[in-house]
Design a protein around this ligand. Structure first.
Ligand code: AMP
Length: 281
């Protein structure tokens, strides 16, 4: 596995792969790799001749009171995991390498980007889309892989890529969970054992909503109330939002007509956790 840090290096590697007619699968990450990330890498490994992974903790997508400074970073461990998974190229750029001219004009996430995560974390989707746009331009992949764990991110990336990188296929991969259902996340490392026990409430809230939906409940308010209640019983959990919305527009309607998605977020200790589940087939 080759490790590169320069924008010109990853561009050149992409160019060489193109000349050799080899397909590129790309997995952008912020590092602190876990099984969720590895599932994306495995998917990319199966579908492409070359696999490129990036590790970049993007300052633009962190708010001033968020965890940019203490976000977990362990390049050595990440490189080992990536190598075992058969990654061909690991791209670990500096901030200067990604934003050589300072902060670039941000990419507009549109109305869907101002709801839920966008409302709770102003500037987050602008920053995320800006870096993904830049990374896609540098990695020049045939396919790029994103986790359903970050559902709103996935939908916004798909939309942005359709407009700005129509030649790249955005591939969605299912959420990888711990045995008790907690969605894997680099931020789970912030949880102490008691907080870890409380964190399963997010998944249980989603599952509760799904069970009610499967039993015929279509009233959004009833589902959201039940989800909120499940998280509120945990003294260590501070609910941020619980929502049942259209999967693409993130708009809420009183009754669910077809499928929808339940999304939830809560702060537990130092960690802000998110999760989601599809309601419907
Ligand atoms: P991050 O490093 O948290 O920015 O995540 C990088 C990519 O991995 C994103 O596309 C995430 O959606 C995806 N990802 C993170 N956690 C999981 C998980 N538990 N299951 C599946 N994909 C995940």
């Amino acid at each position: 596995m080759e490790v590169v840090r320069g924008a010109d290096e990853i561009l050149n590697a992409g160019k060489t792969a193109r000349e050799q007619d080899r397909t590129i699968g790309f997995v952008p990450t912020m590092g602190a790799l876990h099984e969720g990330h590895l599932s994306l890498i495995r998917c990319a490994r199966e579908e492409n001749e070359r696999v490129v992974v990036s590790i970049f903790v993007n300052p633009l997508q962190f708010g001033p009171s968020e965890d940019f400074e203490r976000y977990p970073r362990d390049e050595e461990a990440d490189a080992k995991l990536a190598e075992v998974e058969g990654v061909d190229l690991l791209f670990v750029p500096s901030v200067r390498e990604i934003y050589p001219d300072g902060t670039p004009p941000s990419v507009d996430p549109g109305p869907a980007g101002r709801l839920l995560e966008g409302a709770s974390r102003p500037g987050y989707f602008e920053g995320m889309l800006t870096v993904v746009d830049r990374l896609l331009a540098l990695a020049v992949p045939d396919r790029a892989y994103f986790g359903e764990k970050d559902w709103q991110q996935l939908v916004l990336v798909r939309r942005m890529a359709r407009e700005r990188h129509p030649e790249i296929e955005i591939v969605a991969c299912p959420t990888v969970r711990e045995r008790d259902g907690l969605a894997m996340s680099s931020r789970n490392s912030y949880l102490d054992p008691e907080q870890r026990a409380a964190s399963v409430s997010l998944y249980e809230a989603l599952q509760g909503a799904k069970a009610m939906f499967d039993a015929g409940e279509r009233d959004t308010r009833v589902l959201v109330t039940e989800m909120t209640k499940r998280v509120e019983v945990e003294p260590l959990a501070e609910p941020d939002y619980a929502a049942v919305v259209d999967e693409e527009t993130f708009e809420e309607s009183e009754r669910i007509e077809r499928g929808a998605r339940a999304l939830i977020s809560a702060r537990i200790g130092e960690a802000r956790l998110i999760d989601n589940l599809r309601l419907g087939d």
